[in-house]
Design a protein around this ligand. Structure first.
Ligand SMILES: [Fe+2]
Length: 126
């Protein structure tokens, strides 16, 4: 499933999503931004980030982590999104919010992505 590119500035933490690609290089704080590569396997990590989904018809509840991810000021899930075709829906979270989001989806596969402020980008197709 097609996914947008997400770039991060390693210095200031600015995050940019590419909605329309072009030929220029993304630069922040005087250096090229880093393309975030979504991770898919947390089986060897103590903390869990792979999205898990409970799907019931068009309703899907996404929880981050087979063991619910922490939600503290220093370490939390910043957002959760689903993508199907040309439709992306994103829920932005704050420290203290449970890492759970509900979406309305169409039939067929959906790409779920999430971003942890410490451990980066994760994805799973559901
Ligand atoms: Fe994390």
């Amino acid at each position: 499933m097609k996914e947008t590119e997400i770039y991060l500035c390693e210095i200031c933490g600015k995050m940019v999503e590419v909605l329309h690609d072009g030929s220029g290089e993304l630069v922040c704080c005087g250096q090229p931004m880093t393309l975030e590569k979504a991770k898919v396997d947390d089986s060897n990590a103590a903390e869990k980030h792979v999205p898990s989904a409970k799907r019931d018809g068009k309703r899907v509840e996404v929880t981050i982590g087979a063991v619910e991810h922490p939600s503290e000021r220093e370490h939390y899930i910043e957002w959760i999104e689903t993508t199907q075709g040309n439709r992306t829906k994103r829920v932005v979270l704050q420290p203290g919010d449970r890492p759970i989001a509900e979406f309305c989806v169409e039939d067929g596969p959906a790409l779920v992505r999430t971003y942890c402020n410490l451990h980066g980008l994760w994805k799973k197709e559901i």
